[in-house]
Design a protein around this ligand. Structure first.
Ligand SMILES: C[S@@+](CC[C@H](N)C(=O)[O-])C[C@H]1O[C@@H](n2cnc3c(N)ncnc32)[C@H](O)[C@@H]1O
Length: 276
């Protein structure tokens, strides 16, 4: 996007807090991605969509395996005003947070409002459900809750040119065409730089899924499309994805944890067939 346009209009930002969000990557991406060079943009692990919003593509397909998340994107695409109306009616208090958390809403607008409200008011903005699929993150007090309604309207406008689908990443391959760009940001299976696997994550994204993702990348390349993968800088991951393409490692300081936060230093892996 031209600099003048960025200065004139506030840019569209993610409307959710999301674990593994890729805000830190945006500066790096700007060095080698010009979104105007590609036909369509795909993001099969959309989460909070930091990269999607930053690039603001004219034509895109976004998806995720989290059904509630995808339903929220769809409702915002179609009728943000109705969602905003409901968010405004929710009180900002601990008591009301638990009231909303325990409540089953009957229409899609209230459900989307509930999703956004809980995301902003919960502890660290985590998304976690119990075995019955019920959201179970505790309340987390912050000085200022972030409900940017103008941004939600901009999000809706951007989403108008985007196809939004609830699906597993493997199905995204069906829509990818020559000269498209695919950004892949899977959940981490292994911890950075150590030999520890994230056991609690086993069901969410297994090592087997990482192999499937590596196959998906082969298919993307055969189609003649471009991809950028981010993953943990871990030897097992390097071996699974090693395919002759450019592999970068970015060291980054990260704030881990909430109240008793510690600063950790770890590396992230970026693999891409885009040549700078
Ligand atoms: C690291 S997060 C993506 C974060 C995102 N890039 C951002 O900036 O917020 C990974 C996402 O993958 C989704 N996911 C997990 N397993 C998946 C699968 N098999 N297929 C598609 N999406 C999946 C999760 O629901 C989560 O939203």
């Amino acid at each position: 996007m031209a600099i003048e346009k960025k200065l004139q209009t506030p840019s569209t930002k993610p409307f959710l807090r999301w674990a593994g969000g890729k805000k830190w990557l945006l500066k790096e991406l700007d060095k080698y991605v010009d979104i105007n060079n590609y036909n369509s943009y795909h993001e099969p692990f959309i989460g909070g969509g930091a990269v999607y919003f930053h690039l603001s593509p004219r034509k895109a397909i976004i998806s995720d395996s989290n059904k509630e998340l995808i339903e929220t994107y769809k409702v915002i695409q179609n009728n943000p005003e109705e969602v905003i109306k409901h968010i405004k009616s929710f009180e900002r208090s601990k008591e009301f947070y638990y009231f909303v958390r325990n409540k089953k809403y009957s229409n899609e607008f209230e459900e989307a409002a509930r999703f956004i409200y809980l995301n902003q008011m919960s502890f660290n903005g985590l998304y976690r459900v119990n075995t019955n699929g019920e959201y179970n993150v505790p309340y987390g007090y912050r000085e200022k809750y972030h409900f940017d309604y103008d941004n939600l309207l901009r999000v809706s406008l951007l989403l108008k040119n985007t196809v939004i689908t609830h699906q597993d990443f493997e199905h995204s391959i069906l829509n990818i065409k020559t000269n498209d760009l695919v950004f892949l940001d899977p959940p981490y299976t292994v911890t950075h730089n150590s030999n520890g696997f994230i056991h609690y994550n086993k069901k969410l994204f297994s090592l087997d899924d990482q192999y499937k993702l590596s196959d998906t990348i082969k298919k993307i390349k055969n189609i003649g499309a471009y991809y950028i993968l981010t993953n943990a800088a871990h030897q097992t991951i390097r071996e699974i994805f090693e395919n002759g393409d450019k592999m970068y490692e970015i060291d980054r300081a990260s704030l881990i944890g909430g109240k008793n936060a510690i600063r950790g230093n770890y590396a992230e892996l970026i693999l891409t067939n885009i040549i700078k």
